[in-house]
Design a protein around this ligand. Structure first.
Ligand code: FES
Length: 146
């Protein structure tokens, strides 16, 4: 039976740690060059949340194909929009304090009821998405909000 010397053990350990380090570096680099093949807009409805998890006044951002969608439970019902700002494509978020959709990049604000621009530089309203509730779950899909 052969014995592993201390020197051999350290060499092996060094190689294993080096391989782990290279893998840790390579994975994000490869992910950058080979991004996941996401649909521009999903062809099937995307689950947002159970209806009870989105009370009135709350909003939720969900992955929706290549770009996120913003779903808001307004006092007038559920509304959904592409979260991509129509100015320079920053991602908008729901601001519950002021009850508006806000773009953090250039202080653009949108009306949660119709996606219209309230103030700031965005030239057009947010793109409305279709929303529906099936079996107590909220789904968002491409198309008008109707
Ligand atoms: S990118 Fe949204 S206001 Fe400029």
């Amino acid at each position: 039976m052969s014995k592993i010397t201390r020197r051999d053990f350290l060499k092996m350990t060094n190689k294993v740690l080096g391989a782990i380090g290279l893998t840790a570096l390579a994975v994000p680099v490869l992910a950058f060059f080979f991004p996941p093949n996401l649909e521009e807009t999903p062809s099937d409805p995307v689950l947002v949340a159970p209806e009870n998890d989105l009370p009135v006044g709350e909003g939720k951002t969900v992955a929706f194909g290549r770009y996120p969608a913003l779903v808001i439970n307004t006092k007038e019902g559920l509304k959904a929009y592409s979260a991509v700002c129509t100015h320079f494509a920053c991602l908008c978020t729901w601001n519950a304090e002021i009850e508006q959709i806000a773009c953090p990049c250039h202080e653009g604000f949108f009306n949660p009821l119709d996606g219209a621009v309230i103030s700031g530089p965005p030239p057009t309203p947010l793109t409305a998405l279709h929303i529906e509730v099936l079996d107590g779950n909220i789904y968002v899909s491409a198309g008008d909000e109707s």
